[in-house]
Design a protein around this ligand. Structure first.
Ligand SMILES: NC(=O)c1ccc[n+]([C@@H]2O[C@H](COP(=O)([O-])OP(=O)(O)OC[C@H]3O[C@@H](n4cnc5c(N)ncnc54)[C@H](O)[C@@H]3O)[C@@H](O)[C@H]2O)c1
Length: 299
């Protein structure tokens, strides 16, 4: 179990949508919350709501595409609330364009904000979490688009980044169990937020700067005709914190995705492993010595 009450938390992208929902629910369950966002005015509104409801919060500016900005925000969060032991790297941005229709800058932005933003945010807090010795949790917002890359087409850099988060969280767990720190990949599968409308306004200057255009989603190709039902951030936040409390490797929010998950992975397991089983039946299994007889046979 990871207890929420009495801990200090940080939520990046806490100024709107899922991050705002998580920040408010964390405060409701007794955590003090650093609400960090590239749009400080939105983070401040969320922090004000938490304080008005009797909770403890501070609003901080961060651009998760900028390592120095993350380090500054982590120092400010610690100064305001003490050692942060609940980390929610959640800030992100999306794209709904075919890979070759995207600019180089946008490809790099989507990978940086979604993947490196989570990496640098995790690293900015983890040293203190380990040193504190009181356990804790890192719950990064990935996506069903990471777990089921074929679910939403025209999502290549986004899907790569979100799959990367899942690998990061699962591998990091191997290092952190000894410290009683746990990791979760939260895979939203349809939450009504401001992302579609506001997405291009999140683009930092080094990737071309903010735009005003809405995300264009081509109805013909989007969601493989499998449009998700949308929860609200207030609906999903208790589901995510329940997964965190129970130290689950994943937090999901749509039970209907179980079938899609099973279909995707069973076709991989059955198809690809049938092939390799047939190969090994014919050529033999590997020996402990990598330069041994099996490799010689294959070569
Ligand atoms: N809404 C969904 O259905 C859905 C599905 C899958 C994954 N997600 C993921 O959930 C997370 C939250 O998205 P949301 O749906 O709440 O959208 P949202 O647009 O409401 O929130 C995104 C937040 O991130 C902030 N942000 C963007 N770039 C930033 C940066 N460089 N530094 C700091 N903050 C930055 C924005 O200001 C905003 O507050 C994202 O990682 C997104 O990819 C959402």
């Amino acid at each position: 179990m990871t207890d929420i009450k009495g801990r200090a938390a940080v939520v990046t992208g806490g100024g709107s949508g899922i991050g705002a929902g998580l920040a408010k629910e964390l405060a409701k369950q007794g955590a003090a919350v650093a609400v960090a966002d590239i749009k400080i005015e939105n983070a401040q509104k969320v922090a004000n709501d938490i304080i008005a409801a009797g909770g403890k919060a501070v609003a901080l500016h961060v651009d998760v595409c900028d390592r120095a900005s993350i380090k500054k925000m982590a120092a400010e969060a610690k100064a305001a609330l003490g050692t942060i032991t609940l980390v929610f790297p959640n800030a992100g941005a999306t794209s709904f364009d075919a890979l070759m229709d995207m600019s180089d800058d946008d490809v790099e932005w989507i990978l940086t904000v979604n993947l490196m933003g989570v990496m640098w945010t995790t690293r900015a807090f983890l040293g203190d979490m380990i040193a504190e010795g009181k356990g804790g949790h890192i719950c990064a917002t990935a996506s069903m688009a990471g777990l089921l890359p074929g679910w939403i087409p025209v999502h290549v850099p986004y899907s790569a980044a979100k799959m990367g988060i899942i690998g990061m969280m699962m591998n990091l767990q191997c290092e952190l169990t000894q410290h009683n720190i746990h990791t979760t990949s939260y895979c939203p599968g349809g939450v009504a937020t401001g992302m579609k409308k506001n997405n291009s306004s999140y683009r930092p200057a080094k990737f071309g700067g903010p735009g005003q255009d809405e995300v264009h989603v081509d109805e013909k190709v989007s969601f493989n005709n499998n449009m998700p039902k949308f929860y609200t951030p207030a609906d999903i936040a208790p589901m995510v914190l329940n997964a965190v409390s129970n130290n689950r490797a994943f937090a999901f929010d749509h039970a209907e995705h179980r079938k899609e998950f099973q279909r995707t992975y069973s076709s991989i397991v059955e198809g690809c492993y049938d092939d390799i089983q047939a190969w090994e039946d014919k050529h033999g299994t590997p020996t402990p010595n990598p330069t041994g007889p099996v490799l010689e046979k294959i070569n």
